[in-house]
Design a protein around this ligand. Structure first.
Ligand SMILES: [Zn+2]
Length: 194
């Protein structure tokens, strides 16, 4: 998930001369000379992420993220501490702090990689409706709900109902949901996407 196009060194960004460590899974050493480590710069899948430097497994971290995400009124570090059932209160507090800080990052929920964007009208056709339900207002999008969606080819999808399909609305949606670091955005020929 972290390196969909292959592992890169977190220090020098090189993709060559990266070797997996036999002794520890999800650890690598970068042996590029400019990286400046005689025995290789060592990093793991969680290096330079919020999950670094705790004794908790990613499974516990994900559980905490789930608990924070699904609680409607917010959840205290004390409640988290009781739920995960191990470690000290300080650690639970520290995890909550880090997760909250990460959620502040506006790039965090945005789609990356290859993203497709399209919009469609959802709802029954006028001609299939009972006469009393017909709107008699023309063809096409009449009486339908317009929905726009963005999907990353690696998984996540964001959908939203929109009032109209003008350039301002479509552009606003794309800016809000797609990361500035995206590799490719593909849409149809609708000029509003330009
Ligand atoms: Zn390196």
């Amino acid at each position: 998930m972290r390196w969909p196009d292959g592992i890169k060194c977190l220090r020098c960004n090189a993709a060559a001369k990266i070797y997996a460590l036999n002794a520890r899974s999800f650890y690598w050493a970068c042996c590029n000379e400019d990286c400046g480590e005689r025995r290789g710069y060592r990093f793991s899948v969680i290096t330079k992420t919020i999950f670094e430097n705790t004794n908790y497994s990613l499974t516990v971290w994900f559980e905490v993220i789930y608990l924070m995400g699904q609680s409607k009124k917010g959840i205290s570090a004390l409640q988290i501490h009781r739920q995960i059932g191990s470690g000290g209160y300080r650690t639970a507090w520290f995890m909550c702090q880090r997760i909250r800080a990460a959620m502040q990052d506006k790039e965090f929920p945005k789609l990356m990689g290859e993203v497709e964007v399209d919009e469609t009208h959802i709802g029954g056709k006028e001609k299939n409706k009972h006469a009393s339900k017909r709107l008699h207002a023309g063809r096409g999008a009449v009486g339908k709900t317009t929905v726009i969606g963005a999907i990353s080819r690696k998984g996540n999808v964001v959908c939203q109902m929109i009032e109209n399909t003008d350039a301002k609305t479509l552009n606003g949606f794309v800016r809000k949901t797609v990361s500035g670091n995206v590799d490719l955005v593909s849409t149809d020929e609708n000029a509003a996407y330009h």
